[in-house]
Design a protein around this ligand. Structure first.
Ligand code: DGJ
Length: 742
């Protein structure tokens, strides 16, 4: 519901409220964001103009209380007396800063705003969301800002973005354009974010806010392994299930900036947008520019409440609608099993073995094209490698399908090898101005996706392979970051990074529209582009190149803060693990991989008969769990960042079923503490069966589920439970509702 009363705008859905006002100078002032406040009330007392601060600049002569240095703003513009981080910096042709944006009108629309060329949230029914568009105008230059605010009816989520429209007669240059800026009245928060590196993505980092700017960003041309765009501000005492937290995320996959600036009066400005470094955009008269959408969530149910809102948003409003209900295939990928060393015969026998254990989809990874036998050649030459695959891609696909499997392929469309036919033919398609002044990464260069011809070529090549193979699945990889950002096609290089992303989205859009049944999985050297922009096209993402199950506990646990299990590509791989050399039991590896989109990265032909039988059982178990992975609510119960024990649970309250995963990474003899894990999300008075035993919901949530005695050196009966890398799976089922309710 969006209530406009006088100068005040109040967006609410009875659980959250976002309130702002038109200030006395015509700019927008922020009043409140958090748990719902009643409508029909004037909240102008929250404007807080009266605390006079010495030594500030004032908007009006004789009114020292009204200074842009301290008021909470909605979309602060550079150069007008607010010295905090601006949301907008824009210059006219004569280089004067354009900054007099005053309220000029508003409208309210049902649904979410569409975007022609950017990924964005969407609704099935218009009534699921409502959007307020406030227009701000600089009359002198005749430039308008359209500020979009969308509130979802059933979710504790708002989205924001801006569109800049040049209605004047001369050009303007946009140098900074945040999608979201929000001023919070106090700084009693801790910043939580997902940090890491290749093979160590999305580890949870928490730190108290301090005066000054703290933030995360990427200038790599991708959202990055190092910092995921997600950030949360939680109250210091907020836990997994209790307390307040605000989260932001970005529907974008390129350079970004997410910050919290604590000012010297204890206020916090949260900003999120395209990274302003090497960003500038020219708007000729009549042109407009749209910022990517930013997502804002509020929870008073702790971090888990925040995660669940994010998960539902992604599931219902970000991933392509057709993938919301469809089963995802259990896949096997040949990468770690063969690397580049395969031919048609080897792949067919691999597929046969995979089919025998019950796999649905065979994915042929890197190495099937050009002359690619290692990572030094052929990216860009998307034609079958005729030495390895003499019957072409069509021939191989027919054989794989004859085995009863679906067929999927790896592509790295954005890249080119120096040693490739494409590079010889189109040196002007490469990012970077001159040969000899370009940095290599994994022996490859980046293709200039800002150039529409490049996108056309890739579309033609990929479509032709999809047609030839009648493909079911594509893994879209991106294995290096962008350096020497220079497009040989563009005239204004400040536009390069964003136009590159628009080219990537254009290709995704064209392929997913033409081939709606092909399942896309995004990947960037593992989890280097695990973001909401990608998820708009590819409902699942390869979470990390690190397939070690112990490592995956942290990666998947961290990822779940912002992303649902149905987006987390998680596979069982061979031992010793290729990233850590660790040897973990097959059951433990599956136990971790179940909580994601399940699959394998190993050669089934190399397994013993018992191991193959175990795979068949694992696939059956996963298929039993799979509807929960798609539709259930996820609860983190014990963190791998706190101890060697991890526990989590997926539970669907509608059907009253769930699964709990409990993991012990390292054994400790005769450990202290209780062996109970407290479950969450159940009904206190309902009766549940857990692995054959009955308990009430209150017992399971207040006392916990007894995970049994761990290793006690004197107790040899329990030796089978000892050792590192143990796991248990508990199936929970509601058997009676509200009986014996408290
Ligand atoms: C990086 C990916 O993350 C891997 O899974 C694999 O596809 C390789 N690239 C192939 O080059």
């Amino acid at each position: 519901m969006i209530v406009v009363e006088g100068q005040q705008f109040h967006l609410t859905n009875s659980r959250i409220s976002y309130i702002f006002t038109i200030m006395k100078n015509g700019q927008l002032g922020h009043l409140y964001y958090g748990k719902a406040l009643r409508t029909g009330r004037d909240y102008s007392h929250l404007e807080d103009y009266e605390s006079v601060r010495p030594n500030t600049t004032h908007v009006f002569q004789g009114d020292p209380g009204f200074t842009l240095e301290t008021v909470k703003q909605e979309f602060p513009v550079y150069g007008k007396g607010d010295f905090r981080e601006p949301a907008l910096l824009m210059e006219a042709e004569d280089q004067e800063v354009i900054g007099d944006f005053l309220y000029a009108g508003h409208e309210i629309q049902e649904g979410t705003p569409r975007s022609e060329y950017l990924p964005c949230t969407s609704v099935k029914e218009e009534a699921e969301a409502e959007t307020l568009i406030v227009t701000m105008q600089d009359k002198r230059r005749n430039v308008k800002l359209r500020l979009f605010y969308t509130i979802f009816e059933e979710l504790d989520v708002l989205t924001r973005k801006v569109q800049i429209v040049n209605e004047g007669e001369s050009l303007v240059d946009v140098q900074r354009m945040m999608s979201l800026s929000m001023d919070l009245p106090d700084d009693d928060y801790e910043m939580v974010h997902l940090s890491g590196a290749w093979a160590r993505e999305r580890h949870i980092v928490t730190r108290p806010l301090a005066p000054g700017i703290q933030g995360i960003s990427s200038r790599r041309g991708s959202s990055s392994h190092q910092h995921n765009p997600f950030m949360a501000l939680k109250r210091p005492h907020t836990t997994e299930h209790h307390g307040e937290v605000i989260g932001v995320n970005f529907v974008y996959s390129g350079n970004f900036l997410t910050q919290a600036e604590v000012d010297h009066y204890g206020g916090v400005r949260v900003s999120m947008g395209i990274h302003p470094e090497r960003f500038s955009w020219r708007l000729n008269p009549g042109e407009s520019l749209e910022a990517p959408e930013a997502v804002l969530t509020y929870s008073d149910q702790g971090m888990n409440g925040l995660s669940q809102s994010m998960h539902q948003l992604i599931h219902k409003h970000i991933i392509p609608e057709r993938w919301r209900k469809r089963k995802r295939p259990v896949l096997i990928n040949n990468w770690e099993a063969t690397y580049f060393d395969f031919d048609e015969d080897r792949l067919i026998s691999f597929a046969k073995e995979a089919k025998n254990v019950g796999v649905d989809l065979f994915v042929l990874d890197d190495g099937w094209f050009g002359r690619r036998n290692d990572d030094k050649t052929s990216l860009g030459d998307w034609f079958a490698n005729e030495y390895k695959l003499p019957n072409g891609m069509g021939g191989l696909a027919t054989c794989i399908k004859a085995e009863g499997l679906e067929f999927g392929l790896w592509f790295e469309p954005e890249m080119v090898s120096p040693d490739s036919e494409l590079m010889k033919k189109h040196p002007e398609w490469v990012v970077g101005k001159e040969v000899g002044h370009r940095t290599l990464g994994r022996n490859q260069y980046v293709l200039d996706f800002a150039n529409p011809e490049v996108v056309d070529y890739l579309f033609e090549r990929m479509a032709s392979i999809i047609d030839e193979t009648d493909l079911h699945y594509i893994k879209w990889d991106m294995n290096r970051n962008i350096t020497e950002p220079y497009s040989q096609y563009l005239h204004r290089q400040g536009e390069f990074f964003h136009r590159y992303m628009l080219g990537v989205y254009d290709l995704y859009n064209r392929l997913t529209s033409k081939y709606p049944d092909v399942l896309f999985e995004s990947c960037a050297g593992g989890g280097g582009r695990f973001d909401l922009g990608m998820m708009h096209y590819a409902p699942q993402a390869w979470a990390s190149d690190n397939t070690d199950a112990v490592e995956r506990l942290k990666i998947q646990y961290g990822t779940s803060l912002a992303y649902p299990l149905s987006s987390i590509g998680s596979h069982v791989s061979a031992i010793p693990n290729h990233q850590t050399m660790r040897e973990t039991p097959l059951s433990f590896r599956a136990g971790v991989a179940y909580f994601g989109t399940f699959g394998y990265e190993l050669d089934p032909g190399s397994l013993t008969e018992e191991e193959k039988a175990e795979l068949t059982e694992q696939i059956a178990t996963y298929k039993r769990i799979q509807p929960l992975i798609r539709q259930g609510s996820f609860y983190r119960l014990a963190s791998p960042f706190d101890s060697d024990r991890t526990a989590w649970m997926i539970y669907d309250g509608k059907v009253g079923e769930g699964v709990i995963g409990w993991y012990k990474a390292l054994a400790s003899p005769n450990p202290p503490g209780t062996q109970h894990i407290r479950l969450a999300g159940l009904e206190t008075g309902s009766l549940y069966e857990v692995n054959g035993e009955e308990y009430y919901g209150d017992e399971l949530m207040q006392v916990g589920l007894n995970t049994g005695v761990e290793f006690n050196g004197a107790n040899h009966e329990h030796m089978e439970r000892s050792g590192d890398e143990q796991y248990r799976l508990y199936f929970i089922k509601r058997v009676a509702r509200e009986r014996g309710s408290l």
